[in-house]
Design a protein around this ligand. Structure first.
Ligand SMILES: Cc1cc2nc3c(=O)[nH]c(=O)nc-3n(C[C@H](O)[C@H](O)[C@H](O)COP(=O)(O)OP(=O)(O)OC[C@H]3O[C@@H](n4cnc5c(N)ncnc54)[C@H](O)[C@@H]3O)c2cc1C
Length: 330
């Protein structure tokens, strides 16, 4: 039985022992990166086995319209796009299975991967496509208005708010980037910043301050979101916890979170080099990690772009890198 504590523990989760199933190419994760890797790996005769994880189809299954994935001139819903990718991967023989990787031993080949704390897989090459999870404030309103004005991706959803008023939560570089991006599309952008300064780099701070349609709301925190079915505004604390605390309301149509992402890399952290946030480091221009034979693709190794098409592109790279590794070493 899968034990979620395995994933949360800072201790190295134990791989199970006993009889193992041997596979040539194991893919962990079934988002755009994993499925694209599967399509390429299957067509290259790597007989890929994929474990889908807790969220079959990945992050896009939580969104409605995807308008920026090439090849769909009229847009497509996230679940439909992922169903198409799954069918394409299955068509070439990918063995797609339900299961969560709960522990790994990447100290030598074949790599040992435990599935659901119970089953042991030994893989000649491993492709990691486990994605990254956007951080939310933890307000129930974020769930209530998901798909109705709450978003964690300005590049994905900003277009829907052209000429409208929106808010961006956060004070770091990502929040500054998202606010500047949205300022190019929207009428007005509020930046909701907890402190009386931005954590963003000086260059980004200057760009924010010099963008006329961005208004920084210093020392503000979100209390809640309101609206009839969709976001119509937010209630904010100003100077929370201080004598002059007050509650203010802003009228907005979109509420963008930009307070960080958490890469799903914990179970690899004892073997792979990660950056300070937890993104898997790859050799620039490749999907290669510091362990030969282990490749990473998609959001789990991408702190910058985090788009379906870049995830898919890097999934293709991972499969090609894996195929070359096998032909050279195995
Ligand atoms: C609401 C929303 C809307 C978005 N809209 C767009 C858009 O319009 N256009 C766009 O280009 N991008 C959009 N994005 C971003 C896009 O979804 C991501 O960039 C993309 O999905 C990343 O793909 P991925 O394959 O790297 O990872 P993910 O899609 O995150 O998939 C990760 C996969 O790994 C699996 N997994 C994780 N841990 C394990 C484990 N231990 N064992 C087994 N499996 C595991 C999960 O189950 C999942 O299947 C949106 C994101 C969100 C959240």
């Amino acid at each position: 039985m899968f034990n979620s504590l395995d994933l949360l523990s800072s201790q190295k989760p134990k791989t199970v022992t006993g009889e193992a199933e041997r596979v040539k190419c194991l893919i962990i994760g079934s988002g755009p990166a994993g499925y694209t890797a599967a399509i390429y790996a299957a067509r290259a005769n790597l007989n890929p086995v994929m474990f889908e994880g807790l969220q079959p189809g990945g992050q896009l299954t939580t969104t409605t319209e995807v308008e920026n994935f090439p090849g769909y001139p009229n847009g497509i819903t996230g679940p439909e796009l992922m169903e198409d990718l799954k069918k394409q991967a299955a068509r070439f023989g990918t063995d797609i299975r339900w299961g969560i990787a709960t522990a790994t031993d990447l100290s030598s080949r074949p790599f040992k991967i435990t599935i659901d704390s119970a089953k042991l897989i030994e893989a000649e090459v491993l492709i990691i496509a486990t994605g990254a999870t956007a951080q939310y404030l933890g307000l129930s309103d974020e769930q209530k208005y998901a798909g109705g004005g709450v978003s964690a991706c300005a590049t994905c959803d900003g277009f829907f708010y052209r000429k409208k008023d929106v808010a961006v939560v956060g004070g770091g570089d990502t929040a500054a980037e998202e606010a500047i991006y949205l300022a190019g599309l929207c009428n007005k952008v509020y930046m909701i910043v907890r402190r009386d300064e931005l954590r963003a780099s000086k260059v980004m701070q200057d760009r924010v301050i010099n963008t006329p349609n961005i208004e920084v709301l210093w020392k503000h925190q979100t209390k809640g979101i309101f609206g009839e079915g969709v976001v119509e505004g937010a209630e904010l604390y100003k100077n929370k916890g201080e004598a002059n605390e007050e509650i203010v309301k802003i009228k907005i149509d979109g509420f963008f979170l930009a307070i960080g992402h958490k890469p799903n890399s914990e179970i690899f952290s004892h073997y792979l080099e990660l950056d300070e946030v937890g993104y898997i480091k790859t050799i620039p221009g490749t999907s290669k990690t510091n362990v030969p034979g282990v490749f990473a693709c998609g959001d789990v190794q991408d702190p910058h772009y985090r788009q379906a098409i870049t995830a898919a592109g890097s999934g293709c790279m991972a499969a090609i890198d894996a195929e070359r590794f096998i032909s050279e070493h195995i």
